[in-house]
Design a protein around this ligand. Structure first.
Ligand code: ZN
Length: 143
Protein backbone atom coordinates (compact mmCIF):
# COMPACT_ATOMS: atom_id res chain seq x y z
CA UNK A 1 0.00 0.00 0.00
CA UNK A 2 1.29 3.42 -0.94
CA UNK A 3 -0.11 6.09 1.36
CA UNK A 4 -3.21 7.16 3.24
CA UNK A 5 -5.49 8.34 0.44
CA UNK A 6 -8.22 9.54 2.77
CA UNK A 7 -9.86 9.16 6.15
CA UNK A 8 -13.62 8.67 6.13
CA UNK A 9 -15.63 10.36 8.87
CA UNK A 10 -19.27 9.47 9.50
CA UNK A 11 -21.43 12.53 10.16
CA UNK A 12 -25.11 13.10 10.78
CA UNK A 13 -25.47 16.39 8.91
CA UNK A 14 -23.23 16.89 5.88
CA UNK A 15 -23.82 20.64 5.54
CA UNK A 16 -23.05 21.28 9.19
CA UNK A 17 -19.99 19.02 9.06
CA UNK A 18 -18.74 20.80 5.92
CA UNK A 19 -18.81 24.08 7.82
CA UNK A 20 -17.05 22.52 10.80
CA UNK A 21 -14.28 20.96 8.71
CA UNK A 22 -13.88 24.09 6.59
CA UNK A 23 -13.15 25.88 9.86
CA UNK A 24 -10.89 23.09 11.17
CA UNK A 25 -8.86 22.69 7.99
CA UNK A 26 -8.97 26.25 6.73
CA UNK A 27 -9.98 24.90 3.32
CA UNK A 28 -13.17 24.58 1.33
CA UNK A 29 -14.50 21.15 0.42
CA UNK A 30 -13.84 20.65 -3.27
CA UNK A 31 -16.61 18.27 -4.14
CA UNK A 32 -19.71 16.48 -2.96
CA UNK A 33 -20.90 13.25 -4.46
CA UNK A 34 -23.74 10.83 -3.79
CA UNK A 35 -22.83 7.14 -3.95
CA UNK A 36 -26.22 5.49 -4.48
CA UNK A 37 -24.95 1.94 -4.00
CA UNK A 38 -23.65 2.81 -0.50
CA UNK A 39 -26.56 5.06 0.49
CA UNK A 40 -24.24 7.95 1.28
CA UNK A 41 -23.62 11.51 0.37
CA UNK A 42 -19.92 12.39 0.54
CA UNK A 43 -17.85 15.51 0.66
CA UNK A 44 -14.08 15.80 0.10
CA UNK A 45 -11.33 18.02 1.45
CA UNK A 46 -7.76 17.90 0.23
CA UNK A 47 -4.90 18.27 2.71
CA UNK A 48 -1.51 17.71 1.18
CA UNK A 49 -1.42 14.26 -0.36
CA UNK A 50 -4.36 12.99 1.69
CA UNK A 51 -8.06 13.77 1.86
CA UNK A 52 -10.86 13.84 4.35
CA UNK A 53 -14.10 12.22 3.20
CA UNK A 54 -17.21 13.17 5.16
CA UNK A 55 -19.98 10.59 4.86
CA UNK A 56 -23.64 11.17 5.66
CA UNK A 57 -26.33 8.53 5.17
CA UNK A 58 -28.98 9.14 2.53
CA UNK A 59 -30.81 5.98 3.55
CA UNK A 60 -31.54 4.82 7.13
CA UNK A 61 -30.55 1.27 6.11
CA UNK A 62 -27.13 2.23 4.76
CA UNK A 63 -23.96 0.99 6.49
CA UNK A 64 -23.06 4.56 7.53
CA UNK A 65 -26.48 5.07 9.17
CA UNK A 66 -26.01 1.81 11.08
CA UNK A 67 -22.48 2.82 12.08
CA UNK A 68 -23.69 6.14 13.54
CA UNK A 69 -26.59 4.41 15.29
CA UNK A 70 -24.19 2.00 16.96
CA UNK A 71 -21.08 4.08 17.56
CA UNK A 72 -22.04 7.69 16.98
CA UNK A 73 -20.28 10.09 14.63
CA UNK A 74 -16.55 9.69 14.13
CA UNK A 75 -13.81 8.03 12.12
CA UNK A 76 -15.43 5.41 9.91
CA UNK A 77 -12.59 4.08 7.75
CA UNK A 78 -9.03 4.61 6.58
CA UNK A 79 -8.37 4.33 2.87
CA UNK A 80 -5.00 3.31 1.49
CA UNK A 81 -3.98 4.02 -2.05
CA UNK A 82 -2.83 0.99 -4.05
CA UNK A 83 -1.50 0.74 -7.59
CA UNK A 84 -3.19 -2.56 -8.37
CA UNK A 85 -6.29 -3.27 -6.32
CA UNK A 86 -6.77 -6.77 -7.74
CA UNK A 87 -3.22 -7.74 -6.76
CA UNK A 88 -3.67 -6.26 -3.25
CA UNK A 89 -6.93 -8.15 -2.71
CA UNK A 90 -5.18 -11.33 -3.74
CA UNK A 91 -2.22 -10.59 -1.46
CA UNK A 92 -4.44 -9.85 1.56
CA UNK A 93 -6.51 -12.97 1.00
CA UNK A 94 -3.26 -14.92 0.86
CA UNK A 95 -2.41 -13.45 4.29
CA UNK A 96 -5.74 -14.81 5.60
CA UNK A 97 -7.67 -11.52 5.73
CA UNK A 98 -11.35 -11.41 4.91
CA UNK A 99 -12.47 -8.92 2.28
CA UNK A 100 -15.96 -7.47 2.28
CA UNK A 101 -15.61 -7.12 -1.48
CA UNK A 102 -13.97 -9.92 -3.40
CA UNK A 103 -14.19 -7.73 -6.47
CA UNK A 104 -13.49 -4.01 -6.41
CA UNK A 105 -16.48 -1.77 -6.99
CA UNK A 106 -16.87 1.83 -8.10
CA UNK A 107 -16.57 4.24 -5.16
CA UNK A 108 -16.68 8.00 -4.75
CA UNK A 109 -14.05 10.29 -6.28
CA UNK A 110 -13.53 8.18 -9.40
CA UNK A 111 -12.05 5.25 -7.48
CA UNK A 112 -12.25 1.51 -7.51
CA UNK A 113 -12.62 0.39 -3.90
CA UNK A 114 -12.69 -2.73 -1.73
CA UNK A 115 -13.04 -3.03 2.04
CA UNK A 116 -11.41 -5.40 4.50
CA UNK A 117 -13.35 -6.91 7.38
CA UNK A 118 -12.81 -4.58 10.38
CA UNK A 119 -12.55 -7.53 12.78
CA UNK A 120 -9.38 -8.58 10.98
CA UNK A 121 -7.72 -5.17 11.46
CA UNK A 122 -8.24 -4.40 15.14
CA UNK A 123 -11.64 -2.82 14.62
CA UNK A 124 -10.57 -0.54 11.78
CA UNK A 125 -12.44 -0.62 8.51
CA UNK A 126 -9.68 -0.55 5.89
CA UNK A 127 -10.48 0.57 2.37
CA UNK A 128 -8.24 -0.08 -0.60
CA UNK A 129 -8.61 2.38 -3.41
CA UNK A 130 -7.21 2.85 -6.84
CA UNK A 131 -7.87 5.49 -9.47
CA UNK A 132 -10.39 4.18 -11.99
CA UNK A 133 -8.77 3.79 -15.36
CA UNK A 134 -10.22 6.49 -17.61
CA UNK A 135 -11.93 5.29 -20.75
CA UNK A 136 -9.61 5.29 -23.74
CA UNK A 137 -9.64 8.63 -25.47
CA UNK A 138 -10.62 8.57 -29.10
CA UNK A 139 -7.62 8.67 -31.34
CA UNK A 140 -7.77 12.03 -33.06
CA UNK A 141 -4.40 11.78 -34.69
CA UNK A 142 -4.63 12.51 -38.36
CA UNK A 143 -8.23 13.68 -37.99
ZN1 ZN B 1 -13.58 6.10 1.58
Amino acid sequence: MKRIEHIGIAVKDLDAANKTYEAVLGAEHYKTEVVESEGVSTSFFEIGESKIELLAATDPESPVAKFIEKRGEGIHHIAFYVDDIHAEIKRLKGEGFRLLNENPKPGADNKLVAFMHPKDANGVLVELCQERPSPALPDVEGA
